[in-house]
Unconditional design. Structure first.
Length: 266
């Protein structure tokens, strides 16, 4: 064997040994990665929606599932299986106060157990009342108000000023949730255009004080609803009254007209 052939063989042997070590090192990385991927994820099993669930739905077994969430992502309002092993059965029949999407954790503050009470009573936020008022298509945004929309309540009142008849209008309640319109309790969530709802009464979610204000305003004038847009400052808010004397502790309703104040004082 010539010296040249010997050198070629030595170089080939060294290359083969180097390739072997490279392959082994790569295989070791794969084994490490596989081991890391196989490591269990630390977290909590929580109750989630197995499918999209609309607001006001009574939960069924097929609506509920269990999913693993990282420990740092589990909020106090989540239903932990460790704390309630029978959660999937315990929450069957509970009513949703808002819609849930598939995979979303079920939160206790938006679920209520009816406990023999009616559907609408289960929909009410704690401390609120459902109050019905008569409406017409023209006074409810042409029928485009939907359940779960938020509205302002406007009172219009005619009065005489000298020999002239004048009209005064006042927003008596702001940011009020509509629970139902006639027999319609579900919000339109699909379609190419908004649907209209023909109803002769609207059911509003009001505090006790706001319910009293609405009753007084209904006696003094005509009631109409003004639809509010979906804005950050209105989502999840409770009803609020304007700081203009409407619904003060005296029970009087003040009507502003051209700078004049009519009705009872404070």
């Amino acid at each position: 064997m010539s010296a040249r052939q010997l050198i070629v063989l030595v170089i080939a042997a060294i290359a083969a040994i180097g390739a072997l070590f490279l392959i082994r090192s790569m295989g070791g990385d794969d084994d490490t990665a596989t081991s890391e991927e196989a490591s269990p994820i630390a977290g909590q099993q929580v109750l989630v929606a197995a499918r999209d669930v609309p607001q006001g739905a009574a939960l069924t077994p097929s609506d509920l599932a269990v999913a693993l969430f990282p420990e740092e992502s589990v909020a106090p309002s989540f239903v932990r299986v460790a704390d309630n092993p029978s959660a999937q059965s315990d929450f069957v029949g509970a009513v949703t106060r808002r819609a849930f999407v598939q995979g979303e954790p079920i939160t206790t503050n938006y679920i209520v157990q009816p406990e023999g009470r009616g559907f609408l009573a289960a929909q009410l936020q704690p401390g609120f009342r459902a109050v019905a008022i008569e409406i017409e298509r023209e006074t409810a945004v042409g029928g485009y108000v939907q359940p779960n929309d938020r509205v302002d309540v406007i009172m219009s009142h005619k009065f005489n000023e000298g020999s002239e008849e004048r009209v005064a209008s006042e927003i008596v309640l702001e940011d009020i949730r509509v629970l139902a319109l006639g027999d319609t309790t579900q919000t339109q969530t699909s379609g190419e255009a908004p649907a209209t709802v023909d109803a002769n009464f609207a059911v509003l979610e009001l505090s006790a004080d706001d319910a009293r204000v609405l009753a007084q305003a209904d006696q003094l004038g005509d009631i109409s609803l003004a639809l509010r847009g979906v804005q950050v400052d209105t989502v999840g808010m409770t009803s609020t009254r304007r700081n203009n004397g409407v619904g003060q502790s005296s029970g009087a309703v003040r009507i502003h007209a051209y700078g004049s104040v009519l009705g009872g004082g404070r």
